[in-house]
Design a protein around this ligand. Structure first.
Ligand code: GRF
Length: 189
């Protein structure tokens, strides 16, 4: 997993994935561009190896850190993945975004700003998107989405909290599906 923030999506994965040998997937490493990322604390607490990147734009350093991964999950990772790494992990690199892409995505659209933009647009619903990562922020093919209602009295924080609940449900479901595919076919279909 690649994460820059608190790591609640990592926690949802750790809590959902059964211990081997039953689990079709397990978190083998957590990589961050920030030494103080809460996701690293959660990983260490769960006994998962961690890596802090010296330079997140360095494709070789990142490929080395991800070497033992069959599937790479981005959750709250704010750096653009170098094109060489995207090419190396094509269709094995997924990201979770707290809105219904293609709307409310792109450079700078992360965290509270996303929910502020949704509320400012007057949209009646928001949600979460899991998509493959390509060379652009939030533009890769969509794998799955889950919708949540926007309430008239919502603030960016109350909306973010409702979307996060949906994230913690959808991400483990998608990861397990993809992992089962890899397990059965050796590749994602
Ligand atoms: C999530 O809302 C995710 O959709 C977004 O960044 C946030 C990360 O949260 N890309 P956490 O670090 O998993 O708690």
């Amino acid at each position: 997993m690649l994460a820059s923030g608190g790591g609640t999506n990592l926690q949802a994965l750790l809590d959902t994935l059964a211990p081997p040998p039953d689990a079709p997937a397990r978190v083998v490493r957590v990589v961050s561009n920030r030494a103080d990322a809460g996701a690293l604390v959660r990983a260490r607490r769960a006994g998962v190896p961690t890596t802090v990147l010296r330079d997140p734009t360095d494709a070789i350093e990142l490929q080395r850190a991800l070497a033992d991964a069959d599937l790479v999950v981005l959750a709250g990772y704010v750096k653009l993945v170098p094109p060489a790494v995207v090419a190396r992990f094509r269709e094995r690199l997924i990201n979770i975004h707290p809105a219904l892409l293609p709307a409310f995505g792109g450079p700078g659209m992360y965290g509270r700003r996303v929910h502020e933009a949704v509320l400012a647009s007057g949209a009646a619903e928001s949600g979460v998107t899991v998509h493959y990562v390509d060379e652009h922020y939030d533009r890769g093919p969509i794998i799955a989405q889950r919708r949540v209602p926007v309430r008239p009295d919502d603030t960016p924080d109350t909306l973010a909290a409702r979307v996060l609940v949906a994230e913690h449900e959808l991400l483990p479901e998608v990861v397990l599906d993809l992992a089962r595919n890899i397990q059965h076919t050796g590749e994602i279909q």
